[in-house]
Design a protein around this ligand. Structure first.
Ligand code: XUL
Length: 526
């Protein structure tokens, strides 16, 4: 009998499933369910409830509940061998929180398969909507918590990150301040990840060290709830939080609801979920320190595995627990493809091939020309006022500006990842813009490291399936080395390797200080 493991990814816009056959090292099933299209009755746009305040971004948790039923129904329809699934794990969009009342425990334990999950669970919420990671309405609460914890450096060194608007602690504080009665009626606070795990386990699930680190509530070193952070956030918080645990740890057998309704193996194990970024680290096979990935999408993220959880004293980057043990780091640049596309459109360049040819026609280092492409407010470095800044760069020179946007993005990655103290051996590039050879060459030259392209459509769900396998093997007392588990699932695209050019690297080594000076000039000027 094939050993199958199911991984789920409850993201902002969709719920995805990946089933792996571990021994065959194969993904045997993939499916994604888009929330807006599949569940229009929840009236979300891109998975989020429309609202008047652009800073507030909430989603209805019952949407995620309904999606889980639909996805299992789809898997049954697609004849996935659910009776052979040995364990299930998953991941969720990070930071989002779900508020449950005193009916949650007994309701979860007695789910009736004759009813839908939504009908079973409609009465368990102390708050109808969930703030998600796109919410940035808690600047005041961030400031309050940061101040009580002793400033940026201390907040980051204790909890893994400075306070950020989307992080769960500031969100909980805002809820407590604005809706104290509902906060009081909340008996359990879950993350999206632990909430979804609770549905499968039929009981309140622990929060893992990866997603827990995205709350500003967990002691990043000791991996326990931090008393000072809890106190700075809201009263009686400890009693509302579940325990912390390793991602993939077995919670118990899957709820009979899924066995009776969808025919899943009654012995399938429900395990602890994590956040989507920690799951992607495993899904991309970054299980050893020094392995780094960049995801070049709407925004660009730079993340990797780190042995020691040392934190960024400037508070720009994050440290989360990694499902593979140890830590992972993450920095997020908002002006990724967003900026690349703005430059392309500004110079009326019809496609990326032409854009690439223009980049190649300008010299490495652009004769010292620098562009700061902060078309939108930037996360790293923190720039609240959007603006595009040119230094020794002629706005009319399309080629120089095309090269400059790529060089700035690569130099920013190098500059702002220095605190990680991770010397990458090789960088995996994913996301749409990883198809751009000139961008990959510049990243290889700036980082002085080879870059390979990796194509994975569902790295977070794949990471979750591997996490289920890991949890299953550990519970069975079997060997579960992460590098062996992930081997064969994540292969670089053949022939995609880009090697650094020594001469170019020398130019960029010298240019880094100049680039940092340009950033400082603009940031100091406010
Ligand atoms: C990470 C973050 C996002 C969400 C997206 O800190 O906010 O990447 O996890 O789902």
């Amino acid at each position: 009998m094939a050993k199958l493991f199911l991984g789920l990814d409850s993201s902002t816009q969709s719920l995805s499933a990946v089933v792996i056959d571990l021994d065959a090292r194969k993904v045997i099933y993939e499916h994604s369910l888009n929330f807006d299209a599949a569940l229009p009755q929840f009236k979300t746009k891109n998975g989020v409830l429309p609202g008047r305040d652009p800073l507030v971004k909430h989603s209805p948790p019952l949407l995620w509940v309904a999606a889980l039923d639909l996805l299992f129904a789809q898997m049954k329809k697609d004849k996935v061998a659910l009776k052979n699934i040995l364990a299930i794990s998953g991941c969720g969009q990070q930071h989002g929180s779900v508020y449950l009342n005193d009916k949650a425990v007994e309701t979860l334990a007695a789910l009736d398969p004759k009813k839908s999950l939504v009908d079973n669970l409609a009465g368990i919420f102390a708050r109808k909507t969930s703030p998600i990671w796109m919410d940035s309405s808690t600047a005041k609460e961030c400031e309050e918590i940061r101040k009580k914890l002793g400033g940026i450096k201390f907040t980051a060194s204790r909890t893994g990150s400075d306070t950020f608007e989307r992080f769960t602690g500031p969100q909980i504080r805002k809820f407590y301040k604005t809706e104290p009665k509902s906060y009081e009626a909340t008996t359990h606070i879950a993350l999206v990840s632990s909430f979804m795990a609770s549905l499968l386990a039929g009981k309140i699930a622990p929060i893992d060290f990866g997603d827990g680190a995205g709350m500003n509530l967990m002691d990043i070193r000791k991996k326990v709830w931090n008393t000072d952070a809890l106190k700075a956030t809201a009263p009686s918080l400890i009693g509302k939080l579940p325990p912390l645990a390793d991602a993939g740890k077995v919670i118990g057998p899957v709820s009979p609801y899924f066995v009776q309704k969808y025919g899943i193996n009654p012995e399938a194990l429900a395990t602890v979920w994590t956040g989507d970024n920690p799951a992607s680290v495993v899904g991309l096979g970054l299980t050893k320190p020094g392995q780094v990935a960049i995801s070049l999408g709407t925004s660009d993220t730079f993340f990797g595995t780190m042995a020691q959880g040392h934190t960024d004293e400037h508070g720009e980057g994050h440290v989360f627990g990694s499902p593979a043990g140890g830590y992972m780091t993450l920095i997020c640049f908002k002006n990724g493809s967003l900026a690349r596309e703005k430059v392309r459109d500004y110079y009326k360049i019809s496609d990326w091939k032409k854009f690439g040819a223009l980049v190649e026609s300008a010299p490495v280092g652009n004769h010292g020309g620098v562009l700061l492409p902060w078309f939108d407010a930037e996360i790293v470095p923190r720039v609240n006022k959007p603006g595009v800044h040119r230094f020794h760069l002629d706005e009319k020179d399309a080629a120089a500006n095309c090269r400059a946007v790529f060089e700035a993005q690569a130099l920013a990655m190098r500059l702002h990842s220095q605190w990680m103290d991770v010397i990458p051996e090789q960088i995996f590039a994913t996301g749409g813009a990883a198809n751009n050879p000139q961008l990959l060459q510049i990243i290889a030259d700036v980082m002085n490291c080879r870059v390979v392209r990796i194509e994975v459509s569902k790295s977070a769900a794949l990471g979750s399936a591997l996490q289920a396998a890991h949890g299953f093997l550990v519970a069975a007392g079997k060997s579960a080395a992460w590098d062996k588990l992930t081997a064969g699932f994540t292969k670089p695209v053949p022939g995609s390797e880009v090697k650094p050019d020594k001469k170019a690297t020398k130019i960029y080594d010298a240019m880094l200080d100049q680039y940092a000076g340009c950033e400082s000039d603009v940031l100091d000027a406010g």
